[in-house]
Design a protein. Structure first.
Length: 754
């Protein structure tokens, strides 16, 4: 009987080995590398897995995760002790890994030729470039991480093998750095970001990225909160559904206003500074009369949403045929909702005109975003159109002004390796600048040779201004460029950054309304090799105000300085800004002596002479380099002193309320103590550091207010500090709370020094 049982076990083992070999879901070489004892035992990898590996939870393939598969088995009877055999025989409908969606792949691949979804993907789908899950985008991943493309690696295998562990994002749908910063509990779960989200975050309504609000989406799509992300990934994004009250839906073909399938009668022109969207599904006479009247407004872009013949664009109009979209399966209400929300994000000062009473979808979108909505009497004619045109002129503050000329100053020091990208992005602007000033600060690399190649083929006037000796500060180069500039507006385009093609077109339009000193947009952050580190700079400003930077806005310079710039530099990169040359020229005397905080000082000084405008589109790519001047300065005291000097200049000139004053000192204390945690960073506490006492003495009047301010706003200030700690992905929750407490103690010590 024992011999019979042995023969039976051997037969079953051979059958199991044949099944595993045919499945494609066992990688002998990979398994052997992951389990060194396999070679020591002398067993073949497959046999080792059957006898030893499966029992201890070893993975048979990079793409098969026994723990994740077992999680999917909950509530269902497990029919084989070996998880891979259980999957091959009974569980192929389940997901074998957090990175592989069986239902998605089955629908995509069609006939699986007798294989499991994962086996078919490994054997055929991977080579064909088929998507393993709706949240992984091969093309996006290669574009976001050029090092993967340069190495010739398969993007999906790279992501699963190392990218996820390194905190890289799989697609626009899931922003790993943003998620980790917002979810400190899951950050410490020990799981990689996406599995942590899928297993625990999504069911609880956590957000996978800034532009996806599960509560908003679940309500709009009428799906359970826990299913919001999967529904959007499978259906919603392709169906134009909005995923956030204002922000663009991630990965959607209708993410931005320009992405919508507008039809134009002629070639597109650069965007005008003013914008109206006319919603006239029925093509009423009054709507036609209004469109005819607006054709003479040369500084206005007109976008029309109508049906059939009424959707034919005229002149410089852009039109969208609602009937055509409906025939393609896109409901009119969804199209109107997406167009209105996209318009608000694109241009916060745009106006919508509805021919007749607006429907519920349009009304709700305008109400929730604050988009201005005018109603045109549908049954009336030219008189109603004339009245509406008058209201529109007032609502837009419409005016026709000559186009402002733009000078681009490119300060450079030893950035030859970035110059093709930098200068190429300037040349690719949809609104070309009027001159380019290349300012080289005695580089000893090939910077001048690269600049000369671009100059020699440039259709834009291109001047090279080189220094024989390095000036020691980038801000002296800024000043040199501004003084040489002839344009009405100045763009300081730092040599290691880059811009999206519509940067100048978008930012120049802000200056159509008078009184503006500077305009800036959101920025992406990239690494030295161009890899995407952050899709927005709002991670830095959210701790101050989580709503303000979601939408474009305009504010008086003094107000913006006293409410935002007094706390920290809320314009993280000068390459994202466009200045009035007159205002920036007046600021130069404040920045030439700076080494680290001259950009911040320039913003504060320029805003003495005008307003600030902000656009939430990430049209700038800011390169982060620990060896840059800024990166080096963050590790020393000189940058702290310069930052305190900027704040001192604000306190001396503007009335800053107690809450902001306390936050201003709190931000400085937290940043100081955070950098003290770095290797070799130990130093005296913020309030006791002898190297800062001179600045504290100069800040005496403001520090005298700090004690009463903490008495009044102490609890709120501590919460602010705790928010800084919670949003720092480099800290555990306990470390974040401890650092906040340390910084708060330093504030008390600083307030008690007088």
């Amino acid at each position: 009987m024992a011999a019979f049982k042995d023969r039976l076990r051997a037969l079953r083992r051979r059958r199991s080995l044949r099944l595993i070999a045919r499945s494609g879901v066992f990688d002998e070489a990979w398994y052997g590398a992951q389990n060194p004892d396999c070679a020591e035992t002398g067993l073949a990898p497959g046999l080792h897995y059957l006898l030893v590996g499966a029992a201890r939870g070893a993975r048979p393939h990079l793409l098969f995760d026994p723990d994740w598969f077992a999680r999917g088995r909950r509530g269902a009877r497990r029919r084989a002790a070996n998880p891979l055999l259980d999957y091959l025989r009974f569980g192929a409908a389940l997901d074998p890994s957090p990175y592989f969606d069986a239902a998605h792949y089955r629908a995509l691949a069609g006939d699986l030729e007798g294989l499991t979804p994962l086996g078919h993907f490994i054997r055929f789908g991977l080579a064909r470039g088929l998507s393993p899950a709706p949240f992984f985008d091969r093309a996006w991943y290669l574009a976001a991480y050029p090092d993967v493309k340069a190495a010739g690696l398969d993007p999906f295998l790279h992501f699963v093998a190392s990218g996820a562990r390194e905190g890289r994002s799989p697609s626009p749908l899931f922003d790993a750095p943003w998620f980790l910063a917002r979810e400190p509990t899951l950050r410490e779960s020990g799981l990689e970001p996406l599995p942590a989200f899928l297993a625990y975050g999504a069911p609880a309504g956590a957000r996978p990225q800034e532009g996806f609000d599960p509560t908003f989406y679940a309500g709009a799509a009428d799906v359970p909160l826990g299913a919001a992300f999967s529904h959007y990934a499978r259906e919603g994004r392709a169906g134009w559904r909005s995923a956030h009250r204002i922000l663009p839906p991630p990965g959607s073909p209708a993410a931005s206003f320009q992405d919508l399938p507008w039809r134009r009668a002629g070639a597109p022109r650069p965007a005008a500074p003013f914008r109206v969207m006319i919603v006239a599904p029925a093509g009423a006479p009054a709507a036609r009369a209004l469109r005819k009247a607006l054709a003479a407004w040369t500084a206005l872009d007109v976008h029309v949403l109508a049906r059939g013949a009424s959707a034919e664009p005229e002149g410089f109009e852009a039109a969208l045929d609602l009937a055509g979209l409906a025939r393609a399966g896109l409901p009119e209400e969804i199209a109107l909702d997406r167009a209105a929300r996209a318009l608000k994000f694109h241009d916060p000062e745009a106006v919508v005109v509805s021919s007749g009473a607006p429907g519920p979808a349009l009304s709700r979108a305008c109400r929730e975003t604050g988009l201005a909505l005018l109603t045109l009497e549908a049954g009336a004619g030219e008189a109603a159109a004339a009245r509406c045109a008058g209201l529109l002129r007032w609502a837009l503050a419409y005016r026709e002004t000559p186009r402002r000329s733009v000078s681009v100053a490119v300060p450079n020091y030893n950035h030859a390796r970035f110059l093709d990208e930098r200068l190429g992005s300037i040349m690719a602007q949809t609104l070309a600048p009027d001159e380019i000033l290349f300012l080289d600060d005695a580089s000893d690399d090939d910077s001048l040779a690269v600049a000369k190649r671009w100059r020699d083929r440039s259709a834009i006037p291109f001047v090279i201004l080189s220094s024989a000796q390095n000036g020691g500060s980038p801000f002296r180069q800024w000043a040199k460029g501004v003084r040489a500039a002839r344009g009405d507006l100045v763009w300081i385009a730092e040599s290691d950054d880059a811009a999206e093609p519509r940067f100048l077109e978008t930012m120049t339009a802000c200056f159509a309304r008078p009184g503006l000193a500077l305009a800036y947009c959101d920025s992406k952050t990239i690494g030295p090799g161009g890899d995407l580190l952050a899709s927005s700079a709002r991670f830095y400003t959210d701790t101050l105000d989580a709503e303000k930077w979601l939408v474009g806005h305009r504010a008086p310079g003094a107000q913006e300085t006293a409410q935002a710039l007094v706390v920290k530099n809320t314009i993280p990169n000068v390459s994202a800004a466009l200045f009035s040359r007159a205002a920036l020229t007046l600021a130069l005397r404040e920045i030439e002596s700076c080494r680290y905080c001259g950009d911040w000082a320039a913003y504060v000084e320029a805003l003495r002479y005008g307003d600030l405008a902000y656009r939430p589109q990430a049209l700038n790519r800011r390169r982060q380099d620990r060896e840059s001047v800024t990166g080096q300065g963050e590790r020393g005291l000189e940058a702290v002193r310069e930052a305190l000097a900027v704040k001192r200049s604000i306190f001396a000139r503007l009335r800053v309320d107690d809450a902001r004053l306390a936050q201003s000192f709190a931000q400085s204390a937290f940043e100081y103590e955070r950098r003290s945690l770095a290797p070799g960073g130990r130093r005296p506490g913020f309030a006791a550091n002898p190297g800062l006492q001179g600045e504290f003495d100069a800040l005496g009047a403001s520090i005298a207010r700090l004690g009463p301010a903490l008495d009044a706003c102490g609890a709120a200030t501590l919460r602010f500090l705790e928010g800084l700690g919670a949003h720092d992905a480099g800290l555990t929750r306990a470390q974040g709370r401890a650092l906040a407490a340390t910084a708060f103690g330093e504030l008390r010590a600083l307030a008690g020094r007088l």
